[in-house]
Unconditional design. Sequence first.
Length: 332
Amino acid sequence: MNSRLILPDEFQRKAIETPDINTYIHQRITIAFQRGRIPWKVAVSHDPNCGLPCNVRTGGRYRGVNTLLLCDTYETLGYRSKWWGTAEEWRAVLADIEDDQEPTVIARYRENAGLQVEPCLVFNAAQVCGADEYQAMPDTALVANDEADFGLMGMLIEHHSPDIRFDVGDERFPPDWNGYITPEPFHDHPNHRSGDYILMQSEGYFMSRADHFSVMLHELMHWSEVRTKWMHCMPVREFVAEAGMHILGLELGVPHCFDEYNHRTWLRHWNHIFLKDGSFYLWAMAQVDRACDFLLHPILQRAECVYHDRCHIIPPVHFISGPDHMSFDAAW
């Protein structure tokens, strides 16, 4: 983007000319990728005060693009607590912001306004006094691959019962390939002629059970595309699947796969999209949330509620018949 770099303190100082929050979001996340950070990657922890960013007042998870903004702040500033809130929200739980603390800028979605957002300044529990119950334990609380409890993962697979074919391959792919075969034709689902199944290697091919289930979550994100009536070009589908895999893993207690090959493979394609579409993160993360909600809602038994910044309007995207015979430009 050709616009100047916007710094977080410009929102706090309330300059005469308010910075554009959309441009700031785009710059912030794009820079994270360019510097080698994965802005959705958070370790699974035994500590209930660690995990996906949550609002201290409502207890609900931050959603949409704010998942990326807040998770990336964990790495850049060293925060570990999942609890965030505005100065007013922290005061409501009898906590005060420490002196000279810089807020993190996130997006607050305007009611019934689609992707229109405005800046919102939030603080982590590490920046406040009088909030001991929201503080995180030391790093020793991280879940190791071999000690993870995969009970919720088993419930998810049992409930949705996807067609998973282990170590069989098909006409196009050898048995050691992991992937989702889309319905053919896509628009005829569930009465399509072929496809709509997941090819997976069995557990023995992976370094750990956690790696095995992490890859399976990635493929389940692809499996949910047709079920949430969404399809796009392959780079966008991979972005949604990669981000969704980590969010699902944190919700289900599945440690993330150490192999970042897929992320590195698609990063150059994502960079092209980032430069082309300044609203990409907003609508792509909306689809991430929609797919995760579809997969998780019956498992975690969570009543639907309006989160602090819930992205509840999914922008339209092009339906295409399948990624293998549709070019990137045509999908846009």
